[in-house]
Write a protein that binds this ligand. Structure first.
Ligand SMILES: *Cc1c(COP(=O)(O)O)cnc(C)c1O
Length: 410
């Protein structure tokens, strides 16, 4: 059996492999540089082009690009009319922003548990958590897999709730052939560098609803408009005149970020193809591996996977999750954990949320680990990750070392 690097053996590779990273090429850089040489580095034509591109990628009627995915969620909450006294149902297995956006508006996040196999929010638990105060659902396409749209849509319609989809992980994914971004009442995206396409920092909201769109546009730029169609007193005094119609923020994206985004979106389908290829390789390598449970997918989702998560079956291993994590890092495969249940954070604990709220999410959290997944990975990188997982499993398997070839490679 190969000796683990953490115990003094040779690591699987010499350079560190992160769990995710951007892929910026010379064409992207040239597009950004061109904007920087021009007259408008913000509020110019590239933002408009990015919005039209996102509309065509998602099939949504309207898109608004914003400064980041968190701002996108905040704008969606504002447009949904979420306010003090309201409740917003979301998942605990997500980045904190999916719940924080309700708090920004004075509302209370309510956590619904996740499905044991897909790790996505469980529609039945959404229904159980609905009260007279519930205003919206923020459903997260965790790791990029589409949530159960049919079920969530039906629940939201029956209870008159606004369905917001946090698709920070899911640009490029389709549900029953329809792109994410065209299905929920509003869908939010993030273009942070670890996400599938990047603008440095950036985000977007899509919707088919004209009224929600009008509110989103106002929310992301101070509530201010110069559009005569929207102004209350269009018979104004002069060309300097504009109106503030609501309380908004400055959540605008700059034009050089939008240029990077447009350039990156041209490669979305090749990014998706490569991500899917790596996921298939991992699935093949891990689905029959003792000690490892792979994430399941619903057949409706054709997923552009953002994260690849292995779940440790700790009953079959002699190590803790922490030991597995450290052993992987020592092999120079840097894992990450997505995510600590949101309501476990001190801020949420101080607000009165108690541990144990979503038992399935907590059980899943205890065993999960994200391993590297990004399109720039080479086939050798992918093989190194598989090698490292097998090597660590082999060392910690209760049933003894794995039979197989790659254990004898060194
Ligand atoms: C990244 C992320 C966000 C926030 O996006 P930012 O662009 O970093 O503000 C929101 N929700 C989820 C699920 C995310 O992964």
């Amino acid at each position: 059996m190969e000796k683990l690097a953490i115990n003094g053996g040779f690591p699987v590779r010499s350079g560190k492999l992160e769990y995710g990273r951007q892929w910026v090429i010379e064409e992207d850089i040239a597009e950004v540089a061109q904007v920087l040489r021009g007259d408008f580095i913000t509020c110019g034509a590239k933002v408009d082009e990015a919005e039209r591109t996102i509309e065509s990628v998602t099939g949504a009627k309207h898109a608004v690009v914003v400064s980041n995915g968190t701002a996108a969620l905040h704008c969606a909450m504002i447009a949904a009319g979420v306010g003090p006294g309201d409740e917003v149902i979301t998942t605990p297995l997500t980045f904190a922003a999916s719940a924080n956006c309700a708090l920004y508006c004075g509302a209370r996040p309510v956590f619904a548990d996740v499905d044991r196999d897909t790790y996505n929010i469980d529609p039945e638990d959404i229904e159980r958590k609905i009260t007279v105060h519930t205003k919206a659902v923020v459903a997260v396409d965790f790791t990029g897999q589409a949530v159960k749209h049919k079920e969530i849509r039906e629940i939201c319609d029956r209870h008159h709730l606004i369905f917001v989809e946090d698709a920070a992980h899911a640009i490029g994914t389709t549900y029953n052939g329809r792109p994410i971004g065209s299905l929920a009442d509003m869908t939010t995206f993030s273009f942070h560098p670890v996400k599938t396409v990047t603008s440095g920092e950036g985000g977007a909201i899509t919707t088919d609803d004209d009224e929600l769109y009008r509110k989103l546009v106002l929310a992301h730029t101070h509530g201010i408009t110069k559009d005569p169609q929207l102004m209350e007193e269009p018979e104004h005094e002069g060309p300097w005149y504009y109106e503030q119609l609501s309380l908004g923020y400055n959540y605008r994206m700059t034009d050089f970020q939008a240029a990077l985004l447009c350039s990156q979106l041209k490669r979305l389908s090749s990014f998706k193809e490569r991500r899917q290829e790596i996921v298939r390789k991992y699935d093949r390598a891990f689905s029959d591996l003792d000690g490892i449970i792979v994430q399941k997918e619903i057949p409706e989702s054709d997923t552009c996977r953002h994260l690849y998560i292995i779940r440790l079956d700790l009953s079959g291993l002699t190590c803790t999750r922490r030991q597995f994590f450290d052993a992987m890092a020592a092999e120079n495969i840097q894992p990450q954990i997505h995510y600590v249940p949101v309501y476990w954070f001190p801020y949420y604990q101080h607000l009165g949320y108690e541990k144990g709220l979503c038992p399935v999410a907590e059980e899943i959290y205890a065993g999960i680990m994200s391993i590297p997944l990004y399109p720039k990975m080479t086939d050798q990188d992918v093989d190194d990750v598989i090698h490292a997982v097998r090597k660590v499993v082999s060392n910690y398997r209760k049933g003894g070392p794995l039979p197989g070839t790659d254990d004898e490679r060194r």
